[in-house]
Write a protein of this length. Structure first.
Length: 131
């Protein structure tokens, strides 16, 4: 039982009496459930999209990191870092002389990373090359 207050004081009444007095129908309950479900879906769709984008970017950074380390292996160059910067992936390399040829990492990276994502190679001298 639930206590409800009316003009005459306290009295006991059932949930059915309260629902009848508020004119809550089963249709209203269904409509409320549908609205709540729609609201939750509207919140979850962008969150799921952002999570998917983040996972894709992490995968692309890992692929680029492996390709960059394979590219400088056996040379005097070393990979300082591979990171995501906005919608770009940036490879920072350090070394003396000319960089090793970029054809091999370009092919390896572009096999997995879409062309819409710029992959930049930044040398210690400041020269930037796009893969």
């Amino acid at each position: 039982m639930i206590f409800a207050v009316d003009a005459g004081g306290d009295r006991r009444c059932s949930m059915d009496e309260i629902e009848d007095s508020l004119f809550i129908t089963s249709w209203d309950r269904r409509r409320a459930k549908v609205l709540i479900a729609a609201f939750v879906a509207l919140l979850l769709i962008p969150v799921a999209g952002a999570m998917f984008w983040t996972l894709e970017c992490e995968l692309w950074v890992r692929v680029t990191d492996r390709a960059a380390h394979a590219w400088v292996q056996g040379t005097d160059w070393e990979v300082s870092e591979v990171k995501q910067a906005g919608s770009d992936i940036v490879i920072t390399v350090l070394g003396q002389g000319d960089t090793p040829p970029l054809e091999a990492p370009r092919e390896n990276v572009r096999w997995d990373v879409p062309n819409s994502v710029d992959v930049l190679v930044i040398e210690a001298s400041g020269r930037t090359t796009t893969l």
